[in-house]
Design a protein around this ligand. Structure first.
Ligand code: PMP
Ligand code: GLN
Length: 390
């Protein structure tokens, strides 16, 4: 799975193999399985937004937009944060549009961490975090999330122990991929205390900010006392508006941190797809009801999938947000990697062993990640397949 170090490739590319997502999507296509591996919606975003992009292309929005994003999208992103969370940003200096959340996170890590400096994040994690750290030459410090019948939690002592004098950045993701955890207000307060006490910059990946279930509320770390001036908050149209292929994201934060992200972005992509930016601005300005409906569909899907996994003999860990459920392959059965290798052939379903989201330590060896960002019909079909083996 990993690229070998070789004479024609730089060391930093070694270890950055094909992503587990691409691998699992290829396996699903090859075996004709339902793909609950890579997290992408089966249904595209709002029709009026697709139409706005079409009109933007035909209307001549086809040359380089400003490096930091179109003024309308920057204004819309700032207005959304202020209205929804009460956190004000200056659209000219405190917002940057990026080619997906991925670019914002990678640019932030490259801008903030030098070789040998440290970045702390929770384990398991989204795969781009260790990759961005590797590109920066930075060292990852992982704080384990532990599953229980109530969901995932961490030991605050582990978080404090992970931070050293070399730590520059705490990278938080809530709602969390791959666990579905929504960090509680108490946990956010604890994380904020660590950042303030130890003078860390927080980079917070909030791509699932709207996808929070069971009446819970997403709370940005940047809204906690002492955090606005040290937090970069990253969002994406991919998850909020089911437009993952558009790769339009943005970051909001204090002007010096945004300027640093912008300087790196300048030489990664320079600018982000022009015609998509005003369409995403329109989505932010007018499509909250559409996202509310998406949230309801997804929470129903989560429940359908959880029931099916339970009937199939897996132990589901409760998830409160995002696209994913974790389930343990119960004692006596195969391990999660073996389970995922067999599942396409036994049941016509693809899922990802959670071990792919950690550092090869063997942690989470019994857990499997299933995505539920599909149509209710697809989830009903999965329920049938999982419970009646094909
Ligand atoms: N962060 C998390 C937690 C994700 O799950 C994903 C995948 N969608 C991303 C970042 C990447 O987002 P984008 O496609 O906007 O780059
Ligand atoms: N965010 C998606 C997931 O976790 C995948 C994104 C990708 O393929 N890079 O499944």
């Amino acid at each position: 799975m990993t690229l070998p170090a070789g004479t024609r490739t730089a060391g930093r590319a070694a270890g950055l193999g094909p992503s587990v997502f691409a691998e699992m999507t290829e396996l699903a296509v090859r075996t004709g399985s339902v793909n609950l591996g890579q997290g992408f919606p089966e249904t595209d975003g709002p029709p009026a937004i697709l139409e706005a992009a079409r009109q933007a292309v035909l209307g001549g929005s086809n040359q380089y937009p400003p490096l930091g994003g179109t003024p309308r999208l920057r204004r819309a992103a700032a207005a959304q944060r202020e209205k929804r969370y009460g956190t004000p940003y200056d659209p000219d200096t405190e917002v940057v549009v990026t080619s997906g959340a991925t670019e914002a996170i990678t640019a932030a890590v490259l801008a903030l961490c030098g070789p040998g400096e440290e970045i702390v994040f929770f384990d398991p994690s989204y795969d781009s975090y260790p990759a961005a750290a590797a590109l920066a030459g930075a060292v990852c410090r992982r704080v384990p999330l532990r599953p229980s019948p109530d969901g995932f939690s961490y030991d605050p002592a582990d978080l404090r122990a992970a931070v050293t004098p070399a730590t520059r950045v705490l990278l938080l993701n809530t709602p969390h991929n791959p666990t579905g955890k929504v960090f509680t207000h108490q946990e956010l307060a604890d994380i904020a205390d660590v950042c303030v006490d130890l003078d860390l910059v927080a980079v917070v990946d909030e791509v699932y900010e709207y996808l929070v279930y069971d009446g819970l509320v997403h709370r940005p770390l940047a809204s906690l006392p002492g955090m606005a001036e040290r937090t970069l908050t990253v969002s994406s149209a991919g998850k909020t508006f089911s437009l993952t292929g558009w790769k339009v994201g943005w970051a909001c934060g204090p002007a010096d941190l945004i300027a640093a992200v912008r300087s790196v972005k300048q030489y990664l992509t320079y600018a982000t797809a022009a015609p998509l930016q005003d369409a995403v601005a329109l989505a932010l300005e007018s499509h909250e009801p559409w996202v509310t409906a998406l949230r309801h569909t997804l929470s129903g899907n989560r429940d359908t999938l959880a029931r099916a996994l339970g009937v199939a003999g897996l132990e589901v860990v409760p998830a409160q947000g995002g696209y994913f459920l974790q389930a343990a392959v119960t004692a006596g059965g195969p391990d999660a990697a073996a389970y995922c290798r067999a599942l396409p052939y036994s049941s016509g379903v693809v899922a990802i062993p959670t071990g792919a989201f950690t550092d090869g330590s063997g942690r989470y060896g019994d857990l499997v990640r299933f995505s539920f960002c599909k149509t209710p019909g697809t989830l009903a079909e999965v329920a049938k397949r999982l419970t009646s083996r094909v």
